[in-house]
Design a protein around this ligand. Structure first.
Ligand code: OAD
Length: 249
């Protein structure tokens, strides 16, 4: 690490240690756990056109087809373990620096890493829900073996993961908690999101407007990088947190 980078890392470490930190995460934080992101050459949307697989109307019209993608997604989840970035965020919470993680992810890796306060903006894959009678079922691997798709035991309708499909509203409570958090935080760490899916993508702008410093970690520039980011680390989340650890010991 050169001197300029070292000084920058130290500045950021000192900022985090002052507390009042919130993290806003996207698919990129789980890439090093083996879960592909949505956009880009290796993204889920390059294999499965979201128009055909990710809209609620499509699920309602053809659940069998959408469950082909969902099975693949769940298989990735079941093999994935939290990586250094998830673990360090959980540790920051324990140390009292971090107030919450706001995530767009549905893979539960923040919780598996030990984070307690996790706001899930796009729901979670940890349960399935019947769109008809609203009964919920904790997700178990057995569901992936059911053809053509898992069904509600009460009404025999297709079960859908409790994740937000395009065309569905975000969970109201999670969204309002997220806005409250970013309005009052001193630092927002934005990790691995392209920042193009609204309303979640508003959060960093709201944080900035309310006076927070924006630290961003992403190997590529995002919608935020040249507009609101104060500290940009153009690298993988794992690399950033490995480097940052030198300033905590
Ligand atoms: P994207 O796939 O749009 O963006 C992932 C971001 O992670 C990109 O900016 C990558 O450059 C970055 N990235 C890749 N590898 C990384 C690494 N090792 N460390 C850090 N960053 C890395 O994913 P999201 O922004 O999360 O919504 O997508 C937002 C929403 O779009 C998702 O929640 C999902 C999707 O459609 C719904 O399904 C409702």
């Amino acid at each position: 690490m050169d001197k300029i980078k070292q000084d920058l890392m130290k500045e950021v470490a000192d900022l985090i240690k002052q507390g009042g930190v919130v993290a806003f995460t996207g698919a990129g934080i789980s890439v090093e756990s083996g879960i592909p992101p949505f956009r880009g050459a290796k993204g889920l949307w390059s294999k499965y056109n979201p128009e055909e697989y990710a809209y609620i109307e499509t699920f309602l019209r053809n659940p069998e087809k959408v469950w082909i993608m969902l099975r693949e997604m769940y298989r990735c989840f079941s093999e994935a373990k939290p990586n250094l970035a998830h673990l360090v965020l959980a540790e920051f919470e324990t140390k009292g620096y971090l107030e919450a993680v706001i995530t767009q992810n549905i893979d539960s890796l923040h919780q598996k890493a030990g984070s307690k306060k996790v706001i899930e903006l796009h729901g979670s894959g940890d349960r399935l829900v019947c769109l008809d009678c609203k009964k919920e079922y904790p997700f178990i691997e057995e569901y992936l073996k059911l053809t053509p798709y898992p069904k509600c035991e009460r009404c025999n309708k297709p079960l859908k993961p409790a994740i937000v499909f395009f065309g569905e509203p975000l969970p109201e409570k999670a969204l309002s908690q997220a806005f409250e958090l970013v309005k009052s935080c001193k630092v927002l760490i934005v990790i691995g999101t392209s920042g193009v899916v609204y309303p979640a993508a508003y959060l960093p702008y709201e944080a900035k407007r309310s006076g927070a410093k924006i630290i961003e970690i992403n190997p590529e520039e995002s919608a935020y990088t040249n507009s609101i980011t104060d500290y940009f680390f153009k690298e993988k989340a794992g690399e950033f947190f490995k480097n940052l650890s030198f300033f905590y010991n």
